[in-house]
Write a protein that binds this ligand. Structure first.
Ligand SMILES: C[S@@+](CC[C@H](N)C(=O)[O-])C[C@H]1O[C@@H](n2cnc3c(N)ncnc32)[C@H](O)[C@@H]1O
Length: 394
């Protein structure tokens, strides 16, 4: 793995986030390089450029290096991307004079003159991003989309045209292409959140565009819901909560508990919060231990929502007695188990003594090896052909 980004005269040292992550993946890819090459070859500059889906800040750092005085709008749904981008700017001693950070739901400004974006894995989310751009981009605004050549096909170009304006792809370079779309100035409506029911639990779930398990219950989540741990729990963390399904059911199982919902995706946190409210799960707790994360105010709320990378910024006062988790096994395009590892390590750090980690995993991922290393114990409490439910006690 290299950290040296050297591209058409721009030299940077770039790390993924967190930088000490247990993976040897690189912080940028050839599509990032292609976008930088395209900008330089075409001598494109703009006073206000929007950058979307910049995984760990390669595009942002390259643009700031080229033109430190331009205005940048950097949009990401992933907290790890936001933190990675900020970390790489600071590591490369880049101090943009005017940079605005927005998430995938914030209102976009009207003054964007050029857009650079990476094609995200989730094409439903991509369509939503384009439709959102269509609400603010004037006719003729250039939108450059970097992607692997194999991901680009006539259906993708047609969907870009439908959501924003006509699009064509460049020649291939290092197996990537840059799609050049020109905004047609027509505003598109934003797609509504997708809703579905979990009948046996009497829950209605609603997912924004970039949330895991877009329109149905994940099969890993299903086996978790059928095998919630036995016992009394007062402070629960739903780690990697997605739409919040596990935390919502935890509240049904342990009505006195306070639940902390944590996810890297801003849209996931917004969906979990919506689902908590829409399913009216707030009860008048009799739990004497209920408290705010700061340890004060006995009339504390029962749900907390954290846009975070694992548990790295959870308030110090939160000491769970149960962490439930259906960990991811990829980050963007990359298959990796380093996030699961980080989740187990963080759960071990934060659980109170005697507290329980309760997770589901694809059998072949062998999470029991990791959990045993961290907790020195691990029990299989349920399994089917594909999944296992594992438990460990601190
Ligand atoms: C397999 S999904 C599980 C979602 C939900 N709990 C369920 O069971 O349907 C994993 C979730 O972890 C989240 N995630 C990925 N990386 C993360 C990180 N570094 N910190 C927190 N959450 C993360 C993803 O956004 C995704 O919502």
């Amino acid at each position: 793995m290299t950290t040296q980004f050297a591209c058409f005269g721009i030299e940077l040292e770039l790390f993924r986030y967190p930088s000490q992550q247990a993976s040897n993946l690189q912080a940028w890819d050839a599509a990032d390089e292609h976008l930088v090459k395209y900008l330089i070859d075409a001598e494109l500059t703009a006073t206000t450029t929007a950058i979307l889906n910049d995984n760990f800040g390669a595009l942002t750092c390259a643009l700031v290096t080229q033109n430190p005085n331009s205005t940048l709008l950097v949009e990401t749904d992933a907290k790890t991307s936001l933190l990675g981008c900020q970390q790489n700017l600071s590591h490369n001693k880049l101090a943009p004079s005017d940079i605005h950070w927005v998430n995938s739901r914030d209102t976009l400004p009207q003054n964007i003159q050029l857009v650079l974006m990476k094609l995200p894995k989730n094409l439903h989310y991509f369509g939503q991003q384009l439709a959102r751009l269509s609400t603010v981009l004037p006719t003729g605004t250039q939108v450059l989309i970097g992607a692997k050549a194999k991901s680009i096909n006539p259906a993708l170009l047609a969907s870009i045209e439908k959501n924003l304006g006509p699009a064509s792809a460049s020649l291939a370079w290092k197996n990537t292409r840059v799609i050049n779309c020109i905004s047609d100035g027509k505003q598109r409506p934003l797609a509504k959140a997708v809703s579905w029911n979990v009948d046996d639990l009497k829950l209605t779930m609603s997912n924004l565009a970039n949330v895991f398990a877009a329109n149905k219950l994940d099969i890993g989540a299903r086996i978790m819901l059928d095998n919630m741990p036995k016992g009394e729990f007062n402070h629960i963390i739903d780690l990697g909560c997605g739409n919040g399904i596990l935390g919502l059911h935890a509240k049904q199982c342990y009505p006195d508990a306070q639940i902390h919902f944590v996810d890297d995706s801003d849209m996931a946190i917004a969906s979990a919060k919506h689902n908590w409210q829409a399913n009216a799960l707030e009860t008048h707790t009799t739990n004497a231990q209920a408290q705010n994360p700061d340890g004060q105010n006995p009339a504390a709320p029962q749900a907390f929502f954290h846009w975070d990378d694992c548990l790295s910024n959870l308030p110090a006062g939160v000491e769970p007695d149960l962490v439930i988790c259906n960990p991811p096994f990829h980050q963007g395009e990359a298959i990796t188990d380093h996030i699961a590892w980080q989740m187990f390590v963080d759960a071990h750090k934060r659980l109170k003594k005697g507290g329980l980690l309760h997770i589901v995993g694809n059998r072949h991922l062998a999470y029991h090896v990791k959990i045993n290393r961290i907790f020195k114990n691990c029990t299989t409490v349920a399994s089917n052909g594909k999944f296992v439910i594992l438990q460990a006690t601190k």
